[in-house]
Design a binder for this molecule. Sequence first.
Ligand SMILES: *Cc1c(COP(=O)(O)O)cnc(C)c1O
Length: 225
Amino acid sequence: MSVQENLQLIQANIMEVCSKTNRDPNEIKIIAVTKYVSTETAQKAIEAGIEHIGENRDSGLNQKWEVMGERAIWHFIGTLQTRKVKSIIDKVDYIHSLDRLSLAEEIDKRADHIIKCFVQVNAANEETKQGLSVDEVVPFVEKLKDFPNIRVVGLMTMAPFTDNESVLRETFSKVKKLQKGVQALNLPYAPCDELSMGMSNDYKIAIEEGATMIRIGTSLVGKEF
Ligand SMILES: *Cc1c(COP(=O)(O)O)cnc(C)c1O
């Protein structure tokens, strides 16, 4: 199937889930994750109507940005090494992987404008995953007051790799609950009204549980490498 056809299918699924759960489909943004595909294929996503592009490596982001920088809104979605911040900071609109103070400090220092950040949560406490544990999130967000270039627009999570629906649902709903906890702090730099959750295999459940940004790679643009 073409990227265009994949996108139509995903949009139809979004409509279906939204009507089932009484959500406004305009609330859901699709980020095309292009880490496994060429710049050429990434451009096909833009031509199909995608506005948001996500990359998890500074090299992949820079390569694609050189060619199509002006045509997309850029999301850095992967583990971000502190020393790599400098090479991406002027190109990204969103960083989805804020998980430590040293990274906040570096983003704040290198940025010349406010960067929209998601605090990454390891909601299922998996050893292999990055992110703060649920209990660490509120104290961490409170400490971010010292960094004027950081805005906490939301929370991001990656669910366990499973097709066990109740495990997925429980993970996403935990993060939704945590979002309410952060919002209740009423911090001007942490509106936290977005939830970045859901990938190719679990985005429908993520939307049911409150996702506003879904990060879709394989089932939208495919996998070339
Ligand atoms: C690769 C990746 C995705 C997309 O994964 P697919 O299963 O291909 O949709 C989403 N989020 C993050 C953080 C990723 O690294």
